[in-house]
Design a protein. Structure first.
Length: 468
């Protein structure tokens, strides 16, 4: 059986690059799902600005639903990686079977729960009377594709965690290409407007879902999807481990909801919709920052989890150093692009000069402290990868708490546009605390794992020392 990447034997630096880059690119491509929709919607003649604001208020709901995929996928993948590192293939197979059951049943139940609540959710999340029709139409169509979206995203983690990062990237790339091709066809050629954008996204997710399931049911992966061996103990472990990334994404969406509500409240009926449109554009740019960044730190969890499970602490340490460098490097590049190429990005959404100037101001403010954010992502995802959610959750929660305090305090005293400063404040204080905790705790965690080496069933010891 050909292995794309050997998590226990390949030289660490090259292994990190081979997994991080496809994972980063896959997440960058997945951003296109939302950005392409918003780009085309913003150019609908006569109503582009209002339609974009309406779809922008759907964003938190869509991502909140998608966070369930992370709950199960990122909850199960590190556990599966650790069991593979320990040589316990039977338990790895059980984890995958239980995750497939959770996502299959959970996605259908979630769709049935969310569909009748879409109107009150939109009203609660900052939709105005002028934008409600667009938001309601988009969300109504999008929710019908919930099972495909969750299975495609959640089960893709189990392709990546087995070392097939390129296949994981291909599944996302397939959906993104379909979305790019179908969006203009449905929105403009068929005259479906925002409904066409949502339908294009659903069909694209169906394509990605089919690819992921075809691969995981096939013979190329060491651990394939099987039926049976369902166990409440594993389900609890999966949901407990995945609760941290789920809560992180969920709170991120509450942050967007709160931002829209604050802008609407302090901006008033006229300026509120304009500021929400600016926020939608700025949030789209932040997705380009955070999702590929999460691809680096999240995609490489398989390396950390596998080698932690195998008690290869030397490889865990070296991998973390390399991942830190990649994360910081990526955020540094995006900081420069935000300030040098921001106007080009904004033109994808609007040709309105006044709106573009406000949006550039919002992007400039939101990205002031994104470089330290690279460290935050690796620390939180690194702790999660080795099952240390007791560190990951509080560190993530602290950053969100700082954001909410700043978000509700600044506009009250300085006006609605000051709300955008909540992002850099949290991106500075959150990583500062995370770096301190990491420096204190991680060495002790790895030392305790090293002491357990004699209690773990071992595979044949790798021949290299983890270096290049």
């Amino acid at each position: 059986m050909h292995m794309e990447n050997d998590l226990g034997r390949d030289p660490i630096r090259r292994l990190v690059w081979r997994i991080a880059l496809p994972s980063m690119f896959a997440q960058f491509v997945s951003v296109l799902y939302s950005i392409v929709d918003r780009m085309y919607i913003g150019h609908i003649a006569g109503v582009g600005g209002l339609a974009l604001a309406g779809v922008g208020t759907c964003g938190p709901i869509v991502t909140m639903i998608g966070s369930v995929a992370s709950w199960v996928g990122i909850g199960g993948a590190p556990l599966m990686s650790m069991r593979m590192g320990e040589g316990r293939a039977d338990q790895a197979r059980q984890i995958l079977a239980n995750c497939f059951l959770l996502l299959s049943a959970g996605s259908v139940l979630l769709m049935a729960f969310a569909f009748p609540l879409r109107t009150p959710m939109l009203h609660a999340f900052g939709t105005s009377a002028a934008t409600f029709g667009y938001a309601h139409t988009y969300l109504s169509v999008y929710l019908l594709g919930t099972p495909f979206a969750l299975l495609a995203t959640g089960m893709n983690q189990f392709i990546i965690c087995q070392g097939f990062a390129n296949k994981g990237m291909q599944s996302v790339l397939l959906g993104a290409v379909l979305n790019i091709l179908l969006d203009p066809l449905f929105i403009f050629t068929f005259g479906m407007g925002v409904a066409g954008a949502a339908l294009a996204t659903v069909l694209s997710q169906m394509g990605s879902c089919a690819f992921v399931l075809w691969f995981l049911f096939g013979k190329r992966v060491p651990i394939r999807i099987t039926f049976g061996a369902y166990c409440w103990r594993w389900i609890r472990r999966i949901l407990t481990t995945g609760f941290t990334p789920f809560l992180i994404i969920a709170i991120d969406n509450v942050m967007i909801i709160a931002m829209n509500a604050v802008l609407q409240r302090y901006g008033g009926p006229g300026q509120g919709d304009i500021l929400i449109t600016c926020a939608t554009i700025a949030q789209s740019f932040m997705l380009v920052v955070t999702m590929p960044l999460g691809g680096i730190s999240g995609g490489t969890q398989s390396i950390l989890g596998y080698n932690y499970g195998a008690c290869r602490v030397d490889r865990v340490r070296q991998a973390q150093r390399t991942i830190f460098g990649l994360c910081i490097g990526y955020t540094a590049v995006m900081f420069l692009l935000a300030h040098l190429a921001g106007p080009l990005f904004i033109r994808l959404f609007t040709q309105d000069t006044a709106l573009a100037a406000l949006a550039q101001r919002a992007i400039s403010i939101c990205t002031l402290a994104i470089i330290p954010l690279g460290a935050q992502y690796e620390i939180v995802d690194g702790f999660t990868a080795i099952g240390m959610v007791r560190f990951a959750l509080p560190l993530s929660f602290f950053r969100k708490l700082v954001y909410f305090i700043a978000l509700f305090w600044l506009p009250a005293g300085l006006g609605a546009p000051a709300a955008f400063y909540a992002e850099p404040i949290s991106d500075l204080l959150g990583p500062a605390v995370s770096i301190w905790i990491y420096a204190v705790a991680m060495k002790k965690v790895l030392f305790r794992r090293l002491e357990m080496r004699g209690n773990i069933p071992r595979q044949q010891e790798p021949h290299n020392n983890g270096g290049d």
